[in-house]
Design a protein around this ligand. Sequence first.
Ligand code: AHM
Ligand code: MG
Length: 412
Amino acid sequence: MIVDPLARGLAAGLRLGRIVDHCNETTPTVAGKCGRNAVFCCMAPNPVCNRHDQGRAGWLCGNPRIPKAAIGEGYIMAGMPPTLNQFIRARQEDYPEAIGEFSQVMNAIALGGKLISREINLAGLVDATGYTGRTNVQGEEVARLDEWSNDLLVDLLGETGCVCVMGSEEVEKPIVPPESASDGRYAVLFDPVDGSSNIDIAAPIGTIFSIQRRVTKSGLGHLEDLLQPGKNQAAAGYILYGSSTMFVYTTGRGVHAFTLDPTMGEFHVTTENLEFPEKSNVYSTNEGNAGTWLEPDVQWVEWIKQSDPGTDRPYSARYIGALVADFHRILLKGGIFAYPGNIASPNGKLRLLYECSPMAFIAEQAGGAATNGTKRILDIEPLELHERTPFYIGSSHEVELIGRFHAGEGPG
Ligand code: AHM
Ligand code: MG
């Protein structure tokens, strides 16, 4: 029995090929069928092409999801979109100064995501649920998976030799990698497992990362490499461990989403240039805290719950309690996620550098917005590694609306 998916695909008549060009109407129709069972419509060394309309089911056949970046970029598996690695390498050509370090950093994070995904899928079986009995720098209980995932990412990123310093939500101080990474060009911040309280109930969780270019000149990195405003980010992204595992990232040129094929152990591109719906009447917040919120947030939540079909009210509430999952839904369906400050903690709960900044970069790249109520998240100059901020993120119309409440203008 053939168990390897690649071998199985090849045995079933699928072939590996090299993409050399898009299908286009002017290319003569030659051999092969396009469609779900076809492999490539364009193949080297003798590029041939079927007509698009025969191949609607095949992603290579006139499907706008084909990343242009993939053209001419290596070999890909029959019937499968390009992998994350192929996609990133192809895009690297857009950056003349790139020397491959960025790809290595991204590959390390993606590998970490695959391993965390596997661990989560087996959680109850491999003793990954439950707590260590320790508390972290945030004063929160450390889940076993938090600790395991943190150590994994530190090791994987450290081994690249491309990361001069790291910051983790789980670790109080900057994490310095081995000496061999002393000339690494990047500083990486991450929340290894966001939404940890969902682990034990098999609900969605995520990993969030932010990649900054170092500001110190050489040697191992320092705190100042990590304490940079979100607008300086070279890249940001998250991995969502949900009903499927998704990798979503931006380098400032659109937001791209990949889905993990667990049988192959590869992320494949599923959507390029994700865009927020501009407006949507969905809100995502822990409204159980509303009794402690400040006045503008209380007024906002009361207003969106009133009935007025002209302004699409009342809004619908959706809250999973894991930022990555709540944000991902909003990115695809529109709406707003809010984690306001409160009387006792005016800066709320979420961390600027591990959670808010990377998500804000993605949101803006997808045509959305993110603020702390009054200020753009990406403009905030961090003063501390574990700094918190009130956080409003989502469709631009919805984020503007809450900004008006914070400015004392009401819904306008
Ligand atoms: P964590 O990183 O310690 O898991 O905490 C962050 C999580 C976010 O994912 C989520 O949005 C928020 O905390 C939920 O908080 P609450 O339980 O107060 O609603
Ligand atoms: Mg978190």
